[in-house]
Design a protein around this ligand. Structure first.
Ligand code: IVH
Length: 671
């Protein structure tokens, strides 16, 4: 095929992928399955790997990865990124409306109402229809350049076609402003994984968003599904269209994600109706909002109203009642999790917060209790965000709220099984080390049966409690020996639900190897790691017999995870468990990702700017049997240095590690 033909083929494929990304990420309305999408993407990656010269910066493959930023780069804003004044009640909102009337001298003002999304604001600069820069708000005049991270967010188009620009009336050079956020589900998943890896947790989706966007390594941003809603369009630092409502419509038409909960309100009553209506929907949203933003629709009128200090007079935030409350800690209890981790939980005097009664709140760990200075009997502020578990945020100490006196100590014995509790040197958490602790069992079974794992619907709290308490399930393998009579002997289980659960159990046997690996609940083996393990070994047997050394050849598996896996399979009871799962017919084999042997045993470190995206290079090296590490050590065989290589290059020279160019690396790959 001629070069021109390849180019054409690649461009057609890119357009197809862009279309499906838009359907999936911007409209939430996919036309094809995830697998079909992956297939298209893989096809493109393959073509681009074969023809690296044809890679363009706006190719969908260029979202993943990118070079880690060596440091923070500042970027000025075209015009200040302002904040909003807040109101908390109807009267103050009416006052704002009155001021708008007075200052403008008119009463027939149209307003646009939008959700106030709880993330971080971010500017996107497009030149000639292509995304060239993403900038955080920073101090409002100067932000941080986070372009590489922004490019990984699928709801942000990397380019806008000429047709879309024409249809939407947007000029070729423009700036979009909007809110970056992390959906609650992604936030929870991320914290679970962080916990499994012994990393500190993010307090809420907003912090997680900020932490992720400012990440220096874009491949990490790419994994943590962020989302972006746009709400402003500027040209040369000024609002482009004459009405805000038109701006939202145009952004939508150009392929940006615009929140569908929005309203053009003809009068104040309509504004208020929107505010009240959206509050009832708040709990059901997949992301967090903290209020409604009301904006004057006409740009001319906005200009007339102008700004006060840091906020426009033409817009206002109506904040919903904080989803926090003050109550007293009656006791501090200890919960035992799947990994044996002991979590202190505050038993609260019940308090209504945002429509539900809260009587428990997590205190995370002993360090957090010390940081907050919490004692039993204290009055505390409790916060509830989305469907995240409520948490204690601070101790109240004033005349109406006298301090409590009773100090909390971590129990020396597990509150469930009585085994001695251990805190490993250097770790935050206390753990019950009894492998057969009933609390662990309960949580292990719940994890195994949960949706992202073996997906056994109907096997929730109520059922698992009974199954474990009655000794019908003593490990995950017992799930596959349950009979209908077993289930019927339980409370609140009828003929139909017993049959359903058995069907679900049967269906779970067909789930792929990575799910089974994830379901075992091996410490530090989260969803992603399980996937990499399955792809690397292609069978449970090979995984079970792998040495720590071999395990460390798997993507993202370091010494700690490798050790945890080896320990798990060394345990005779776990070996027996595996035999039983196998004979029950669970999936023990998968598709091994074929890897070459050309570079087997060789460790590479990449540094500087390479001509291809880092993820593609990494993949090529790994596919040839090599390993790509993050930092240079004596064990490194080659450092591949691109343009502007920094400290890693110095380190390589210092340690006498061989430094090669990207071209030399290609020669090694070509063999
Ligand atoms: S408009 C001058 N619209 O709220 C216009 N902001 O408190 C200012 N925010 O920094 C921004 N949702 O991060 C606007 N629909 C929305 C918003 C929104 C969330 C955030 C934004 C801003 C902060 C101001």
């Amino acid at each position: 095929m001629s070069a021109a033909k390849h180019e054409k083929k690649i461009e057609v494929l890119r357009d197809k992928i862009r279309h499906h990304e838009y359907r999936y990420y911007a409209l939430d309305d996919p036309e094809i399955s995830d697998a079909e999408f992956d297939q298209l993407m893989n096809e493109l990656i393959k073509l681009e790997t074969e023809h690296p010269a044809l890679i363009t910066t706006d190719s969908p493959t260029q979202r993943v990865g990118g070079q880690p930023r060596e440091g923070v780069v500042k970027a000025p804003h075209s015009s200040p990124m302002l904040s909003l004044d807040n109101t908390y009640n109807l009267d103050d909102l009416r006052d704002w409306e009155r001021r708008v009337h007075e200052l403008s001298g008119r009463k027939d003002v149209d307003y646009v109402c939008e959700l106030k999304l709880d993330g971080m604001s971010l500017a996107l600069i497009y030149e000639n229809g292509k995304l060239v820069r993403g900038i955080t708000r920073g101090d409002g005049s100067v932000g941080e350049d986070v372009t590489l991270n922004v490019r990984t967010v699928r709801s942000i188009p990397l380019s806008i076609s000429k047709e879309k620009l024409r249809a939407s009336g947007i000029p070729a050079d423009f700036e979009v402003r909007g809110e970056m956020l992390m959906p609650i589900a992604a936030f929870k998943r991320m914290n679970v994984e962080r916990e499994e890896k012994g990393l500190s947790l993010f307090a809420n989706p907003r912090n997680a968003t900020a932490g992720t966007v400012r990440q220096l390594d874009a491949s990490i941003t790419a994994e943590r599904r962020l989302d972006y809603f746009s709400y402003a369009l500027l040209k040369d630092g000024r609002t482009y269209f004459d009405r805000h409502w038109k701006t939202l419509g145009a952004l939508d038409a150009a392929g940006f994600k615009v929140n569908s909960s929005r309203k053009l309100a003809k009068d104040f009553d309509e504004v208020w109706k929107f505010i009240e209506h959206e509050e009832t929907r708040r709990e059901k949203l997949p992301y967090e909002i903290d209020g409604i933003v009301v904006k004057v629709d006409r740009t001319a009128l906005q200009d007339e109203l102008g700004y006060t200090g840091k906020a426009p007079r033409w817009a206002i935030a109506y904040k919903y009642a904080a989803r926090s409350g003050i109550t007293q800690i009656e006791d501090i209890l200890v919960q035992v999790g799947r990994t044996g981790k002991l979590t202190p939980v505050a038993a609260l005097k019940p308090v209504p917060i945002g429509g539900t009664t809260v009587s428990r709140a997590t205190l995370h760990n002993m360090d957090e209790i010390e940081r907050l200075g919490v004692k039993i009997g204290d009055f505390v502020e409790v916060e509830r965000g989305g469907d995240v578990i409520p948490k204690v945020t601070r101790v109240i100490d004033d005349k109406q709220h006298p301090r409590g006196h009773k100090l909390f100590h971590m129990p020396e014995k597990c509150p469930v099984c009585g085994t001695k509790v251990v805190r490993t040197e250097g770790e935050v958490d206390y753990r019950c080390v009894n492998a057969n602790c009933p609390a662990k069992l309960r949580e292990t079974i719940l994890h195994f049966a949960s949706r992202g794992v073996m997906n056994i619907e109907g096997m929730g709290d109520a059922l698992v409690n009974q199954l474990t308490e009655r000794g019908l399930v003593k490990n995950v393998a017992d799930i596959y020996r349950l009979s209908k009579d077993n289930l019927l002997s339980l409370e609140r289980v009828g003929d139909k639900s017993a049959a359903n659960v058995l069907d679900e159990i049967e269906a779970s046997k067909k789930l792929p190897l990575e799910r089974v690996i994830y379901g075992l609940g091996i410490r530090m083996v989260g969803e992603r790691t399980a996937q990499f393990l399955a792809e690397h070994f292609g069978s449970m047997d090979d995984l079970m017999d792998a040495s720590e050394e071999e395990l460390q050849n798997v993507t993202e598996v370091g010494p700690r995870i490798a050790n945890s896996i080896v320990e798990f399979f060394r345990e005779p009871s776990n070996r027996k468990l595996m035999d039983r799962l196998r004979s029950s017919g669970l999936t023990f084999t998968g598709k091994k990702k074929e890897r070459g042997t050309k570079l087997a045993g060789k460790t590479f470190v990449l540094t500087g700017t390479l001509t291809r995206p880092r993820d593609l290079v990494k993949k090529a090296l790994e596919d040839a049997g090599g390993r790509v590490a993050g930092s240079v050590s004596k064990k490194t065989d080659y450092v591949v240095a691109g343009a502007d290589a920094g400290s890693k290059l110095d380190k390589a020279n210092e340690l006498g590690v061989r430094v090669i160019s990207e071209k030399e690396m290609d020669e090694l790959l070509a063999g």
